[in-house]
Design a protein around this ligand. Sequence first.
Ligand SMILES: Cc1cc2nc3c(=O)[nH]c(=O)nc-3n(C[C@H](O)[C@H](O)[C@H](O)COP(=O)(O)OP(=O)(O)OC[C@H]3O[C@@H](n4cnc5c(N)ncnc54)[C@H](O)[C@@H]3O)c2cc1C
Length: 605
Amino acid sequence: MPEFETHEHDVLVIGAGGAGLSAAIAASAAGVKVGVVCKSLLGKAHTVMAEGGVAAALAHVDDRDSWRVHFSDTMRGGQYLNNWRMAELHAKEAPERVRELEAWGALFDRTKDGRILQRHFGGHRYPRLAHVGDRTGLEMIRTLQDHGIHQGLTFYMEQTVVTLLRDGGRIAGAFGYDRERGRFRVYRAGAVVLATGGIGRAFRVSSNSWEYTGDGHALAYEAGADLIDMEFVQFHPTGMVWPPSVRGILVTEGVRGEGGVLRNKEGRRFMFDDIPPLYKDQTADNEEEGWRYCQGDKDARRPPELLTRDHVARCIMREVRDERGSPHGGVFLDIAWIKEKIANAPEHIRKKLPGMYHQFKQLADIDITKEPMEVGPTTHYMMGGVRVDADTQMSTLPGLFAAGECAGGLHGANRLGGNSLSDLLVFGKRAGDHAAVWAKSNPAGPVNGALLDEASREALAPFERTPSANDAPFQIHSELQDCMQDLVGIVRREAEMVRAVERLGEFRNRLARTAVVGSREYNPGWHMAMDLKNMLVVSEAIARAALLRKESRGAHYRDDYPAKDDSGGMVNTVVRQGGDGSMKLTPEPVRAVPAELKQIIEEMK
Ligand SMILES: Cc1cc2nc3c(=O)[nH]c(=O)nc-3n(C[C@H](O)[C@H](O)[C@H](O)COP(=O)(O)OP(=O)(O)OC[C@H]3O[C@@H](n4cnc5c(N)ncnc54)[C@H](O)[C@@H]3O)c2cc1C
C-alpha cells in the first residue's frame, strides 16, 4: 500500500462556506479537534457571493413577524414537502444565530433606532432579511472565518475530497488530493460533516461558482447514504442575460424588494396577470399597493414580483416564449422607475444595491439608476440533498453529517430567498454540535488500505489513457451542461428526460475512457475529470427523480403534468445506491405535520 500524508481529527468538516464554518466553530467549542478541508482558499467559498440577506424573524421592522409566520411561509413556499421539524427549528433558531453573528462582529445595515435592518424578499410575509447592502455573504464569511481562526480550527485549503472512507457501517474519514501539487491526503476522523454546497455547474446557465459540482451529494450517495428531493432544482428568475459572457450571473431579489418591477417589451407588469390561489390573499392587486408594501406600509400586500421564485421564473419563461420578452431573451427588471416616487432615487439605489450597480455598469454598460436591466432564469440552488435527521443533521450513514445546501429537507419543493443563509447558521451549528457528541464516543476508526489503494488508482487512471478530443473532460462537461439545461431544465417533459437519462449513461461511458495530459500539478483537466464523476451522479439523480414525479410542484414543472397532485404528490423522493450499484428511487409519504404546527399553518393562510 502506498504511503499517504495523513491527518487525524475528531471531526472533519468538508467545506468552508457558511455551513462548514458554523459546524466547525460549534464542534470546536464542544472541545474536540476539528479539521476543515476546502477546494478553494478560505474566504472564497460560494457563501461569499450571497447578496440579499439572511432570513430571521427578528421583527425589527414589522413587529407582527414571529417564528410562527416564518415557519408557515417556509412551508407554503416549499409546497408542504418540507421536513416540518427542520422548518420549525430553522424559524425558531435563526434570530439567535443572527444575533450571535452580530456578537462575533458582523455589521448589518441598521434601522433608524440602531437595530438590525430587515428587507422584503419573495414569499416572506414581512420584511425579514437582515442584510449588508447586497453583500451579505461577504460579511457572513468574514465574520465566521475570523471567529473560526481564533478558535484554533485547522484548515486544509485547495484540497478536494474524492471519496469518503468507511469502517464497516460507519464513517472513518475522507480521501482527497491537494489541487496544487496533486498529492493524495488521508483524513481520519470519528465524524465527518459534509458542507459542500450545490450542483449548479451541471447546467449551462447558472449563478453558481466553479465549485458547485455536487461533490457532497455524490460522496454521500457513493458512501451509501440517502439523498432526498433531488428533482427540486431552483431556477432563480433573475439572472443576467446579456452579454453572453455573463449570462446566468445573479441579479439579487433585493432589487425587487427595493421596489424593482418586471415588465415585458410592451411595458406591461405581466406578474399581475397570474397570481397563484395559494397567494391571492397576500398579494397586491394594483401597482400602488405593491409600491406601498416595499415602502413598509403595513396595510399593503406584496407586489406580485415578490411571489416565490418558481412562479416568477415560469411567468418570465411564458413572456419569452410568447415573444413578449426583451431583445436578448429575457424580460425587463426596472428599479430606475422609483425616481417617480422618491427624490434621491439614483443615490438611494447605489446605496441599497451597490453590487448590482457595479455589476451592470462594469459587465453590461448599463446604469441601473437610469435604465432597466434585462433578466431571465438561471440555475441557482439545490433544494434536494443528503437526507438528514432534523435535530442532529446526521445522514443515514452513522457518523456522516450534512448541512447547508448539500443537505435536503428544509426547503421542500422551493426555497425562499434568504432561507439559505439562515439554514447554514442554524443547521451548520447543529451539525457541529452533534458531530462533536458523536466523535467523543466514536473515535476515528481504522482505514482500509486496499480501499485507499483503489481510490488512488482510480483517480490516476486518466493519466494512463490515450487522449481523444471527443472524450476530453471539458468536452463531456460542456455536453452535460447542454443536456441538463435543455432536457431537465425549467420546463420538463417525459420524452426529453428519458433522453437525458440515456445521454447521462453515454457520458458515464465516455468518462470511463477520458484521458488527461500533463502532470498532477495544478491540472484543471484532471480536476474536471474528478468533478465530472460527481456531476454525473447528481444529474442522474435529478433526471430520474424528475421523471418519477408526475405532477408540477414548486421548482419542478412538467409540461405533460402541469397540475399539482395533492393525493399522489405528497411524497419525498428518496435516492440511494442499490446493491448492484444502480440508482434506486423510492417515493416516501411526507411525514405528517403535528397538530399544533398544522394549526399555525392554518392560522397564517
Ligand atoms: C450569487 C448568489 C447569491 C446568493 N444570495 C443569497 C442570499 O442573499 N441569501 C441566501 O439565503 N442565499 C443566497 N444564495 C444561496 C447561498 O449563498 C448558498 O446556498 C450558500 O452560501 C451555500 O453555503 P454552503 O455553506 O452550503 O456552501 P458553500 O458556501 O458553497 O461552501 C462549500 C464549500 O465546500 C467546499 N467543497 C466543495 N466540494 C468539496 C470537495 N470535494 N472537497 C473539499 N471541499 C469541497 C468548497 O470549497 C467550499 O468551501 C445565493 C447564491 C448565489 C449563487
